[in-house]
Design a protein around this ligand. Structure first.
Ligand code: HEC
Ligand code: HEC
Ligand code: HEC
Ligand code: HEC
Length: 254
């Protein structure tokens, strides 16, 4: 009886853990044990760890987010691409989106990190699968690489831009307040669901807006639309579904 109770207790604890959406088992779980997704670690330099591709407890590249992945060569949009109301919006991608482009520009190997678990904690390249239409022979992304012409992000929704009417990276939005009203959802500046405290509230969900310098009042980065850790378990890691373009309508009143 005692052991039966113990078994029941274990089951009761285990059920919610399985039901929670998480990075484990998602396409961002590149560990060797996640064989259910096309791209995962394999071969002599394989790792069974999940976080190490992006964060390392020691010998990371940067103190910020203890970030462990090396940057690729694509840094932004073609100069002058986004001009709104006479203001040219920034073309250099800021750190929060650069973190994604470390893998999603397709110019650096997925396993190219500063601290590996497979080389005595030294720098190295963790092995990943080579899969047609997913990764090339050197372990770089192909299908989910966002860079069309090899050098610029043109053709993608702008990132590292101030939200309409806001200031980001010290740069004010070029959209006049008259054009914000009725065209863009108002910024929620006391938002508990966003690390910066600023967000767009979309029903039960939040689309976080970012701060990179102190006086910023909200910028759009990849993480505004996507949740890298897959907590919401939506298709494409989206914070709001793309069905009926709900995610677009959360910011743009169209
Ligand atoms: C594919 C890359 C990637 C992987 C793998 C990853 N993270 Fe993250 N993590 C990020 C990014 C990017 C951010 C910054 C938040 C953002 O931009 O949305 C972050 C932020 C964080 C933060 C601080 C902010 C927050 O959201 O709480 C913690 C803590 C964290 N990650 C823990 C983990 C742990 C633990 C694991 C492994 C189980 C993990 N991460 C795996 C990319 C990753
Ligand atoms: C360590 C490398 C790495 C980093 C860093 C990374 N990703 Fe990914 N991402 C991947 C891989 C690998 C896949 C799956 C590719 C495939 O199957 O072809 C993926 C898939 C995705 C997908 C598609 C998910 C789906 O359901 O099809 C989205 C969206 C995505 N990533 C967004 C992001 C965003 C946003 C960031 C930054 C916050 C980020 N990624 C950072 C490696 C990375
Ligand atoms: C304004 C919202 C928004 C921003 C900002 C955004 N995305 Fe997406 N992303 C989407 C939506 C919506 C989809 C789903 C597209 C679909 O349903 O076909 C998507 C799909 C993706 C996919 C998978 C499908 C594909 O077409 O390749 C990847 C990978 C991805 N995003 C990565 C990123 C990265 C990296 C950034 C930052 C450089 C970023 N996204 C910024 C909204 C956004
Ligand atoms: C987090 C808020 C947010 C979301 C979500 C969002 N946008 Fe945007 N979008 C902006 C901001 C801010 C701008 C910059 C203002 C501008 O350039 O007009 C912008 C710009 C644009 C532009 C003009 C680009 C240019 O070159 O001037 C288009 C078109 C657009 N968005 C379409 C979309 C679509 C389609 C979706 C859904 C896939 C989407 N947006 C989702 C905030 C958002």
């Amino acid at each position: 009886m005692k052991s039966l109770l113990k078994t029941l207790a274990v089951v009761a604890v285990a059920v919610p853990a399985v039901a929670f959406a998480a990075i484990t088992g998602s396409k961002h779980d590149l560990s060797s044990t996640n064989t259910g997704v096309a791209v995962h670690s394999t071969g002599a330099n394989a790792t069974d760890q999940i976080c190490i591709f992006c964060h390392a407890p020691h010998k990371a590249l940067s103190q910020s987010l203890i970030w462990n992945h090396r940057a690729g060569s694509v840094t932004g949009f073609t100069a002058g691409q986004y001009t709104v109301g006479g203001t040219t919006l920034p073309t250099t991608v800021q750190a929060p989106s650069m973190a994604c482009l470390n893998c999603h520009d397709g110019t650096v190997a997925l396993g190219d990190v500063n601290s590996t678990t497979v080389a005595n904690g030294g720098a190295g390249i963790i092995g990943v699968t080579t899969v047609a239409n997913h990764t090339n022979a050197t372990g770089m992304l192909i299908g989910y690489a966002l860079v069309g012409n090899g050098t610029s992000l043109n053709g993608n929704h702008p990132v590292s831009i101030p939200y309409a009417g806001a200031t980001y990276n010290g740069i004010p939005s070029g959209i006049s307040s008259g054009n914000v009203t009725g065209n863009y959802t108002a910024v929620n500046s006391s938002c508990t669901g966003s690390p910066s405290g600023i967000c767009i509230t979309a029903g039960a969900n939040t689309l976080p807006l970012f701060k990179v310098v102190g006086a910023d009042t909200g910028g759009v980065e990849c993480g505004s639309c996507h949740d890298v850790h897959n907590k919401l378990n939506n298709t494409y890691f989206l914070r709001v579904t793309a069905t009926g373009s709900a995610i677009c309508l959360a910011c743009h009143i169209k």
